[in-house]
Design a protein around this ligand. Structure first.
Ligand code: COA
Length: 146
């Protein structure tokens, strides 16, 4: 466990993030494929629908991680999860997932991801099934019943 983890852990606040938050583009960026500035803003705009929400992890005033989802009946779909590179592997992604698990007890969480991040979901208790993406790339459909 790094010193940064020890410091960060005590100061992390989890709370809702507005789509107008100027810190959001830089954090959601890495969870978006081919993230041109326009595409990032378009994706953020899609969260204005009332069934969508974004939860953030803050260290002081720094937004270090986000988890964006939408809810349809009893299914929660994670659309984006991202932690700033300097703060990765310190438990922040897990904290964001824990918040969703607490909020949506009794629901099913689903997420689609790639080879790079599938282990994050597997380690968080999700069952992940491989499938071939539109460009022949490997993708994973992950799910967890709460
Ligand atoms: C995926 C991501 C959100 C994980 O956040 P994080 O704060 O680094 O995750 P945690 O520190 O809570 O990690 C929990 C566990 O998963 C593992 N893990 C985290 N990211 C991983 C990754 N990309 N690949 C494999 N394992 C990973 C950690 O090592 C840890 O395992 P451990 O408990 O055995 O030590 C983060 O790596 C990220 O932002 N990646 C870029 C964006 C992205 O790819 N998003 C997902 C697709 S939309």
């Amino acid at each position: 466990m790094s010193l940064l983890f020890m410091n960060a852990e005590n100061k992390i606040t989890i709370k809702s993030v507005s789509i107008d938050d100027a810190r959001l583009p830089a954090v959601i960026h890495d969870a978006i494929g081919n993230p041109s500035p326009d595409k990032v803003l378009e994706v953020i705009g899609s969260y204005k629908n009332s069934d969508h929400s974004i939860t953030g992890a803050f260290i002081g005033n720094i937004l270090v991680g986000i988890l964006g989802l939408y809810k349809t009946s009893e299914v929660i779909t994670i659309r984006h999860i991202s932690v700033l590179q300097d703060f990765q592997k310190q438990g922040i992604g897990t904290l964001l997932l824990e918040e969703v698990k607490k909020q949506y007890k009794g629901c099913k969480i689903v997420a689609e991801t790639d080879t790079e991040s599938v282990d994050f979901y597997a380690k968080s208790g999700f069952t992940c099934h491989e499938f071939k993406g539109p460009y022949g790339n490997l993708r994973y459909e992950c799910e967890l019943n709460l």
